[in-house]
Write a protein that binds this ligand. Structure first.
Ligand SMILES: C[S@@+](CC[C@H](N)C(=O)[O-])C[C@H]1O[C@@H](n2cnc3c(N)ncnc32)[C@H](O)[C@@H]1O
Length: 356
């Protein structure tokens, strides 16, 4: 929020100019550390650098590339005048595409649990010309969608999107503690003001429950061994945990070690953010949040999520709540997987609510 200085009668004299400080150079041709990628986090000024990073199939720092946009627009079929909810606003890539299709007369409510990225995304979309009458943001867990609709006197939405998991902005910023590549505090909370960090969870948990958590959240084959090595220990930094995971495995090859690290980080992230219980609640509430004939699309990134979506959609179709659901899961095409390596694990499912 801007500070009101209009009533200050004595404006301060101009401060002396600061001595020019040279930016510290990184070694090599391209910056590796997030903090050094100032060109990527400044796309208006360094559009060429950003385009080069994307052409190499990577995601520029501080940005998120929306996945399966064409497929999502096809299954949601947004029309002018529609009421849309983007439950996982992230960088706003999908939301921008939906907004362009629902005007005039439409309205999009964007939710996200992340209080750090959400205001930046709101500014970005406002700069694209979407005022509060057409685009509204709400920092909230999507498990609370029924209350959010009710507070706006809405009986339902015409289309709902959920693109699960974390955004590239969260993943790549070491300060958020999601990344096993970059050193940072072992946090992993989408909302760092709520709940407990991954470090606190590991320090408190016992081996049995940790083994269960690693199996349930990430199908970790060495769950028992890793749980015995990690439970009750204090790891302050992401890299400390990554080293402990490697040390706990008997002579792992580099690929095996990286996969184990990824699975443990994924399992902890899901636990810290209570992701499965939020998804279960959301899936249960969905039918009441959709208008008759309304459509939902959900992008998932691992089997634990996809299983839940598939099961919930099939059950609601059997009960006659959904008139149609995706027969087969949809995947990003080869071109998209090549252009954006982060799209590779994505799976898209959709459902359409019965008309009456
Ligand atoms: C993969 S990103 C979405 C990217 C977005 N579709 C775009 O185009 O930029 C997932 C986002 O969902 C948010 N999120 C994850 N689980 C959530 C939940 N239960 N409630 C609200 N937001 C959630 C994360 O904070 C993150 O910003």
């Amino acid at each position: 929020m801007a500070e009101d200085i209009s009533s200050d009668p004595s404006p301060a004299p101009n401060p002396a100019p600061l001595p020019h400080k040279r930016r510290v150079r990184y070694s090599g041709r391209n910056p590796r550390r997030f903090e050094d990628k100032y060109k990527e986090t400044n796309p208006e000024r360094y559009a060429e650098t950003v385009a080069k990073v994307m052409a190499a199939g990577k995601t520029p720092a501080g940005m998120h590339r929306p996945i399966m946009v064409a497929e999502i627009l096809e299954v949601l079929a947004p029309q002018p005048g529609a009421v849309a909810v983007d439950c996982t606003l992230g960088y706003g890539g999908h939301a921008a595409q939906i907004l362009a299709k629902i005007i005039p007369g439409g309205r999009l409510i964007g939710l996200d649990a992340d209080p750090i990225e959400l205001p930046k995304t709101e500014v970005r979309l406002r700069q694209q010309g979407y005022g509060p009458e057409v685009f509204e943001v709400h920092r909230s867990n999507f498990a609370g969608l029924p209350q959010i609709l009710a507070a706006r006197q809405l009986t339902g939405a015409d289309l709902i999107l959920a693109d699960l998991g974390v955004s590239s902005m969260q993943l790549d910023d070491p300060v958020r503690g999601f990344s096993l590549k970059h050193e940072g505090p072992l946090d992993m909370r989408m909302n760092p003001h709520r709940g407990q960090s991954a470090a606190a969870l590991l320090e408190k948990i016992q081996a049995g429950p940790l083994e269960e958590l690693l199996t349930e959240n990430a199908d970790e084959p060495n769950a028992a061994r890793l749980a015995a090595a990690l439970a009750g220990k204090r790891f302050r930094r992401t890299t400390e945990l990554a080293s402990a995971i490697r040390a706990a495995l008997p002579q792992p090859g580099p690929e095996q070690a990286t996969l184990a690290e990824r699975r443990v980080f994924q399992a902890l992230r899901i636990a810290v953010n209570d992701e499965f219980s939020a998804l279960d609640t959301f899936l249960r509430n969905l039918p009441t949040c959709l208008n008759p004939g309304g459509r939902v699309a959900i992008l998932t990134f691992h089997s634990g999520e996809d299983r839940r979506v598939k099961k919930a959609f099939a059950a609601a179709q059997r009960d006659g709540v959904y008139a149609a659901i995706a027969e087969e899961v949809m995947r990003p095409g080869a071109e998209e997987r090549y252009a954006n390596s982060r799209s590779a694990p994505a799976k898209l499912r959709w459902a359409r609510k019965a008309s009456a």
